[in-house]
Design a protein around this ligand. Sequence first.
Ligand SMILES: [Zn+2]
Ligand SMILES: [Zn+2]
Length: 464
Amino acid sequence: MSSSTTTETKQAHDETPADIDIPDNYVAYTLAHQKSLPPFQWRNWRTEISWISFSLLTLTPLIGIVGAYYTPLQRNTLLFAVFYYYVTGLGITAGYHRLWAHRSYNASVPLQYALALAGAGACEGSIKWWSRGHRAHHRYTDTELDPYNAHKGFYYSHIGWMLVKPRRKPGVADVSDLSKSPVVRWQHKHYVKLLLLMGFVVPTLIPWLCWGDARGGYIYAAVLRLVFVHHSTFCVNSLAHWLGSTPFDDKHTPRDHLLTALVTIGEGYHNFHHQFPMDYRNAIRFYQYDPTKWFIYTCKLLGLARQLKTFPDNEVRKGVLTMQLKKLRETQDKLAWPSDSNDLPVVNWDSFQEQAQKRPLILVSGFIHDVSDFLEEHPGGRHLLVKMIGKDATTAFFGGVYDHSNAAHNLLAMKRVGVLHGGHPHGLDEKLIPPSQRLKIARYNELSSPYASSAWSDGEGMLG
Ligand SMILES: [Zn+2]
Ligand SMILES: [Zn+2]
């Protein structure tokens, strides 16, 4: 087979979706049957450490700190290092992450090359490799098939997963769409050269040629800048799965926090991101810190990006409402509620009269209430209650004598001890149900189904 045929075969293979033939029970099957390597132990560290990434991730901070001790920091070099941090950081956030891993917008060819180069300067692997892992992270979040599973701890999801050989292959994730992109293929093919060029040569060369600070450029703009970019983007896998709130969903670990956003060029609204990953934004409010979103939007204004995807606001707000209802339900469950007619004995009028001789029972809206512990507390005075013992006080309670407050109605309902037989008149729902119960949070299975058979009972309907 000639080498060009081999290349073509490989390319055709790359362009076939990796998950086209997976079984329906892929996740459970793989977790049960795929062999994982034994846990990392110190006795076999030589073979188990991922030496390339281990060296890159340990030597850069070491060289940076020692180098900084012996190298004076010039103002221009500092400003350039910060600028280059944002350039290479955006290569990851706007390029690798939001453009390629999630396809949240379309970029013009010049912008694609710029992002592919900038991303190479962050030294985090090629677009193809990075996106494959990231798609598996989204698809199998918090499971063993997630390459940076947050349940394995902060340290593991931050950096540990790269230092030691993965114990298990990440779950299948398709990147055949990326294999079709000439820019992604070009970057993957020349990755090592591009990494050295953009990660080390360019940030050394610019300070050298422009203000004669080659050594400062190497230490600050290349090496230390790289350490910052690394840990900044690593925080998306660790900090963003650990710190903050879950305003859209709490099924998994991703969280929203300003601090994470500040250190990750806007990737800190990670709870939103995992819910709506194809959205080009991570922060949806104008005042939230998401420079990556602002960058992409500016590219759109400049004609370099188009088709910026946003998730329908209506669906985003449903997520927010769901979480709010969940919190309200917790509050509701912590409170004590009155008994309803199903829990109370049904008493006839004569029996009510008889029992009212022994204890202070008052009828309101068809419920019999025992007010013995309230006689002295009644703000209107004991005498008004005593007058109503054994009687129907509905009219007096609802405005006849005094139009009681919602709080009074709620409290009254707590004193229910029985239901008068035939005592619930029609059309009195307002008086029957205390204000605190007129709206309530009910689980789906606690309601009669909203999808029940109203359509079937419509005699004029389709079934004719
Ligand atoms: Zn995540
Ligand atoms: Zn993502």
